[in-house]
Write a protein that binds this ligand. Structure first.
Ligand code: SF4
Ligand code: SF4
Length: 91
């Protein structure tokens, strides 16, 4: 990915996740809006299982946002969703 700086390229995925967690949660006071398109969501649970901040849960066979305040803006939920049902935007 060209957008990734050379400093980040030297880190493994785990380190990168921790770095993002640190940067977004501790140093930048940013609020994110996570939207689940219920018509597109097939209830696979991938977004819930992969969110590092427990922002999402399954409810009635669909993913729902339960803890938006803790969202790190990492967009892991966006990338793992097979149906492009998730959007994350800075507000
Ligand atoms: S962007 Fe998605 S995966 Fe990342 S913390 Fe927010 S809800 Fe969780
Ligand atoms: S990854 Fe996408 S399809 Fe799967 S539960 Fe989450 S929003 Fe629904």
């Amino acid at each position: 990915m060209e957008a990734v700086s050379s400093g980040e390229e030297k880190l493994g995925a785990g380190c990168l996740q921790e770095m993002y967690k640190h940067n977004f949660a501790k140093e930048v006071n940013v609020v994110y809006r996570i939207t689940i398109d219920v018509d597109k969501c097939e209830g696979c649970g991938e977004c819930v299982d992969n969110c590092p901040a427990s922002v999402l849960e399954m409810e009635g066979g669909k993913a729902v946002v339960v803890n938006a305040d803790d969202c790190l803006g990492c967009e892991t939920c966006v990338s793992v969703c097979p149906n492009e049902a998730v959007t994350v935007e800075e507000v």
